[in-house]
Ligand binder design. Structure first.
Ligand code: 5GP
Ligand code: MN
Ligand code: MN
Length: 323
């Protein structure tokens, strides 16, 4: 499905729900908020939904305060868009609303996307879903105001690791440049997104770094975070964002992993690779997904079991490829 079809659908819809994925990040939130602001300006009634709470670090985004969990009456909304969600599981408790909608749209850039909606606008060459939302908004002819530009820039700058990952293209920079022309205060925004760190988060970083281990002759590095560590410093799940990069960035490592115990006892795994290893394929073995060099999954096992399972898969793939 092409963008103009989505624009046509949105034009004829009056009440619209935008769904962000579970454990929301800058791309799913920035994209949803930018589209919501634009559609509201056009007189549409728009709700932004998310199964999980919004991390404190994204509370500054315009409109973040009205993102909420789904409620019973949302089931009447006929047009529902899933934003940056690679599969139905990523919708969490918003699945019910998605199932009941007359028109469903899936706007995403993950290689693992399962094309689960009536209309699937999936472009795996886009660095962020925010790039696709930018194109949609430009197609509507709407003016991109500072607040909208700030939300879109957030999606792009977070999903590209500040324009450093290889998903970053000249198009990414062109869009970012246009957004700066629309008024984004990049100095302030980068500070909000990447530099500000609560005391709790800083203390968690110290504890997490202390757990780093390597295996496979240094080619795999991993970090463990359990609930006791989070409780000890008063940190939460969202404070673990970005920790996996410290494992990946070790000079000898091809793959970096973060194993994080969640409050339901399951283990959330974040996987990152530098060059050759397709971590999306590893995550897929545990019903997860993502991108070739950044993926995730959740495993119902103890911390030690989860580590053993993932390392076993990884080591066999890396041995076969002689990485
Ligand atoms: P993170 O490790 O930062 O949570 O996620 C890295 C990438 O993998 C993101 O693009 C995210 O959307 C994707 N991802 C993380 N966890 C899951 C999961 O459980 N299922 C799927 N399909 N994708 C995931
Ligand atoms: Mn995302
Ligand atoms: Mn994304």
């Amino acid at each position: 499905m092409i963008a103009s079809d989505v624009v046509r659908l949105l034009k004829t819809s009056h009440k619209i729900a935008l769904i962000s994925h579970i454990m929301p990040d800058g791309d799913t939130l920035g994209s949803s908020l930018a589209l919501a602001l634009t559609l509201r300006q056009k007189g549409k009634e728009v709700v932004c939904l998310c199964s999980d709470p919004i991390p404190k670090s994204y509370a500054f985004l315009p409109g973040a305060d009205v993102i909420r969990r789904p409620i019973h009456s949302d089931a009447d909304i006929t047009t529902v868009l899933a934003i940056d969600c690679s599969d139905r599981e990523r919708l969490g408790d918003c699945n019910n609303i998605f199932s009941k909608a007359t028109y469903t749209v899936n706007i995403d850039h993950h290689i693992s996307n399962t094309s689960y909606a009536h209309y699937n606008m999936v472009d795996t060459t886009a660095a962020a879903t925010a790039e696709l939302i930018y194109q949609l908004i430009r197609l509507t002819g709407a003016n991109i105001e500072k607040q909208v530009a700030t939300c879109l820039y957030t999606g792009i700058v977070t999903d590209t690791g500040r324009f450093s990952y290889d998903n970053t293209t000249s198009v990414t920079h062109e869009i970012a440049g246009d957004l700066i022309n629309c008024g984004v205060d990049t100095n302030w925004l980068n500070d909000e997104l990447f530099n500000k760190r609560s005391l709790q988060r800083t203390r968690l970083l110290a504890k997490a770094l202390d757990t780093i281990q390597v295996c496979g002759g240094g080619s795999i590095a991993f970090i463990k975070v359990d609930m006791a560590m989070l409780r000890a410093v008063g940190a939460d799940d969202a404070d673990c964002d970005g920790l996996v990069n410290y494992a990946r960035d070790i000079d000898t490592a091809e793959v970096g992993l973060l194993f994080k115990e969640m409050d339901n006892g399951r283990i959330k795994v974040s996987l990152r690779s530098k060059n050759h290893v397709d971590v999306n394929a590893i995550a897929a073995k545990f019903n997860g997904g993502g991108h070739k060099k950044a993926s995730g999954c959740t495993i119902a096992a103890s911390m030690d079991e989860a580590i053993e399972m993932v390392l076993k898969e990884l080591e066999s793939i890396m041995k076969a490829a002689e990485v």
